[in-house]
Design a protein around this ligand. Structure first.
Ligand SMILES: NC(=O)c1ccc[n+]([C@@H]2O[C@H](COP(=O)([O-])OP(=O)(O)OC[C@H]3O[C@@H](n4cnc5c(N)ncnc54)[C@H](OP(=O)(O)O)[C@@H]3O)[C@@H](O)[C@H]2O)c1
Length: 284
């Protein structure tokens, strides 16, 4: 697997994002450096972390140890829910930047809208400042539903480059995806494997057998073939490698339709509901 086999998608301005990245949610900080170094060696050039994952330092250490140039690896991090608000977001960004040991973050996301706090518009103003100053190359959101996207676009100046949302075969969020496309917001699928739960679905297993690939490759191919960015997490080098190798085969229209039909509505959701989630992401 060479890096060049993973295409990049355009975001805002001249910023491009590799379509497959490595997610590091629930990777312990003391194991993150090795996990990310392994991925970079396999050809990953995009890492997705968050202040709330408490492993930004491990990501930064891996970047430095890899010998790669800073501009060769796309790094996303996210603002903790408890750090929303204009001044607090600016301070939290500095903590994230320091933890990574980088001058510039490629993509900075509001992790959750937390509608009950009603701070995401004010927070976005801080993100716009960070973008204008060049501290970040692109700004985006995560877990934003249609009403949150619409409000942000109506009340602020910069359209989010990305909305990182839970999308996998049993939970596809068609309405959110549609609005993202209408607004020119790239859809980044988190938990793209359904945290492993979607890999046994008959339509996935059948396509994998027909194509001679793994169920995970089928599910990731289904996403990238429809234009989404994916950020699968794996601790295993073998699985990291196959998760990156999804550009040498194609699903037929029938295979795509069979996987589309796995949609299970909220039954398929693996994470929290953005309409009500309000946890701070601070460590106890
Ligand atoms: N913005 C948000 O609110 C949010 C929320 C959740 C996740 N995320 C991001 O999305 C990333 C990925 O999501 P996720 O970690 O929840 O779930 P995921 O990537 O859908 O699934 C990860 C699970 O699948 C297993 N797995 C990975 N590759 C596999 C393969 N090829 N075959 C079989 N099993 C495989 C992993 O086990 P092994 O590690 O043992 O391989 C792990 O148990 C996160 O790391 C994070 O960066 C963002």
């Amino acid at each position: 697997m060479t890096t060049s086999s993973v295409p990049s998608l355009p975001l805002s301005g001249d910023v491009e994002i590799p379509q497959v990245g490595l997610g590091v949610f629930q990777v312990p900080d003391d194991g993150t450096q090795a996990n990310v170094e392994q991925a970079l060696e396999l050809g990953y050039r995009h890492v997705d972390t968050a202040a709330g994952y408490y492993n930004e330092a491990g990501v930064g250490a891996a970047l430095r140890a890899s010998g790669l140039r800073r501009e060769d690896v796309f790094v996303t991090t996210k603002l903790r829910n408890g750090d929303q608000g204009y001044e607090q977001a600016l301070r939290a960004f500095e903590d994230s930047r320091r933890a990574h040991g980088v001058d510039q973050v490629d993509l900075y996301l509001i992790h959750w809208p937390v509608p009950s706090k009603d701070l995401y518009v004010e927070t976005w103003r801080a993100f716009e400042k960070l973008l204008a100053e060049g501290a970040v190359r692109a700004i985006g959101v995560s877990n934003f539903l249609v009403e949150h996207l619409d409000r942000l676009v109506a009340e602020t100046d910069v359209v989010p480059a990305v909305n990182q949302v839970e999308v996998h075969p049993t939970f596809q969020q068609a309405a959110v995806q549609r609005r993202c496309v209408e607004l020119g917001v790239a859809v980044e699928a988190y938990s793209p494997l359904g945290r492993g739960a979607d890999l046994d679905a008959p339509a996935v297993v059948a396509a994998a057998a027909e194509l001679g690939v793994t169920p995970a490759q089928v599910v990731l191919r289904w996403a990238v073939q429809q234009g989404r960015i994916v950020i699968p997490k794996s601790l295993s080098a073998a699985r990291q490698a196959t998760n990156l190798d999804v550009f040498s085969f194609e699903l037929s229209a029938d295979q795509v339709a069979a996987i589309d039909a796995l949609e299970a509505g909220v039954e398929g959701r693996t994470g929290a509901d953005p309409a009500t989630a309000s946890f701070t992401q601070f460590r106890a």
